[in-house]
Design a protein around this ligand. Structure first.
Ligand code: FES
Ligand SMILES: [Fe+2]
Length: 387
């Protein structure tokens, strides 16, 4: 898991003035809206004596109140009130928790979990067609019981469609004609690599999707990554009928991931809203069915995490997307952004330390109560230190 990227927190409409607990990167966060509707994401651990802010309440002054002794934290994470000191008491400068930059985009609330200044932050994966004519968006989320890297790598793998998705392939029944061809690079960006590929595809049987492909045909599809946890998948059911899916994944812990899927489509759009709502439901149900086919297989991959060594799998040329993704992760580790999960787990097992993901304010202000999460020292630095 990596700091310094944007992570999806929740669906925008699910966030109100009731604080909610969110688990990401094996850390606890509280999310809430202040009285102006502005979304805030803070470290959940109260720096007084460890209360969970998400168990508290939002107050009329736009703060969240710890349920243990009533300290109030504003959206910047700064304590504005310590009731036990009496009214108008001076608040010590260390009385603050980390507050993370927030953006609401594509129907989702995102938090930047890291301390980089604004100009240096890797962006949220763009969805260029969002809000444009001829496209309609739906958003949904679901949890899976595996590591987010396994989930992303599954999306970057063009060879599984034939065997895992009967809607995209022939379940191996036309093996003599089946082959994954050269992957055409697509949407290559500073934070990830992607490809498109042409598949032979069976007729679609579903009452709605039949309109896109009634007979055996070609399906153009591909995927790419953007940072460690954002991935696009474009499915061009036919020349005209396109579905563009954008996955924003939140690693909850090693073997738990919350996937947010923004589905864009240029088909099944009506001038009637009631009909669009039926289409939305049908498309989401269909996406969940396809995701379910992946979940069955990915749930049983071993080892549970992607292996550390590339010699412990026998990869083929069409696994190139997976390798490009792993190269990017190595690059992020080289920047010093990889969380030392052994360190996090050791602290958890002992139970007497809680870390915080450092927020940008730590670059200016000193004197934070919680220690920052331990990060893996990049190999290069280790080599230099050894010299
Ligand atoms: S633990 Fe939060 S106010 Fe005391
Ligand atoms: Fe799949």
């Amino acid at each position: 898991m990596y700091v310094n990227f944007w992570y999806p927190v929740c669906i925008s409409t699910d966030l109100t003035d009731k604080p909610i607990h969110i688990s990401m990167l094996k850390h606890d966060f509280v999310a809430f809206r202040d009285k102006n509707g502005k979304a805030a994401v803070l470290s959940d651990t109260c720096i007084h004596r460890g209360g969970a802010l998400s168990g508290g309440k939002c107050k009329e002054d736009g703060t969240v109140q710890c349920p243990y002794h009533g300290w109030r934290f504003n959206t910047e994470g700064v304590v504005t009130r310590i009731p036990s000191l009496g009214i108008n008491a001076k608040i010590p400068p260390r009385a603050r928790v980390d507050s993370y930059p927030v953006q609401e985009k594509y129907g989702l609330v995102f938090a930047f979990l890291g301390d980089l200044p604004e100009a240096e932050r890797p962006p949220i994966m763009p969805i260029d067609e969002y809000g444009t004519d001829g496209w309609r968006a739906t958003v949904m989320s679901f949890d899976v019981d595996y590591n987010y890297e396994r989930s992303i790598e599954n999306g970057m793998d063009p060879a599984h469609n034939e065997y895992v998705h009967p809607t995209h392939g022939y379940s191996g029944e036309r093996e003599s004609e089946y082959k994954v061809h050269e992957l055409e690079p697509s949407q290559v960006n500073p934070w990830g690599w992607g490809f498109m590929h042409t598949f032979d595809a069976p007729p679609l049987r579903h009452w709605l999707f039949r309109r896109a492909r009634k007979v055996h045909g070609k399906l153009q599809a591909g995927s790419g990554t953007y940072g460690p946890n954002h991935m696009w998948t474009w499915i061009h059911l036919s020349e005209k009928f396109w579905m563009h899916q954008y996955m924003f994944e939140a690693p909850i812990e090693e073997n738990k991931t919350r996937v947010f899927l923004v589905n864009m489509r240029n088909i099944f759009i009506s001038k009637y809203d009631w009909l669009n709502r039926i289409y939305d439901k049908t498309v989401n149900k269909r996406n969940m069915m396809v995701a379910g086919q992946d979940i069955v297989v990915v749930n049983r991959l071993r080892p549970v995490l992607t292996p550390n060594s590339r010699t412990k799998e026998l990869l083929m040329p069409h696994d190139k997307g997976v390798l490009h993704y792993r190269d990017k992760l190595d690059e992020f580790e080289g920047r010093g952004w990889k969380i030392d999960m052994d360190g996090v787990n050791a602290a958890r097992a002992k139970g007497d330390v809680v870390y915080a993901i450092p927020s940008p304010a730590r670059r200016q202000d000193k004197g934070w109560v919680l220690d920052p999460v331990p990060l893996v020292t990049p190999k290069q630095q280790m080599a230099q230190a050894a010299e």
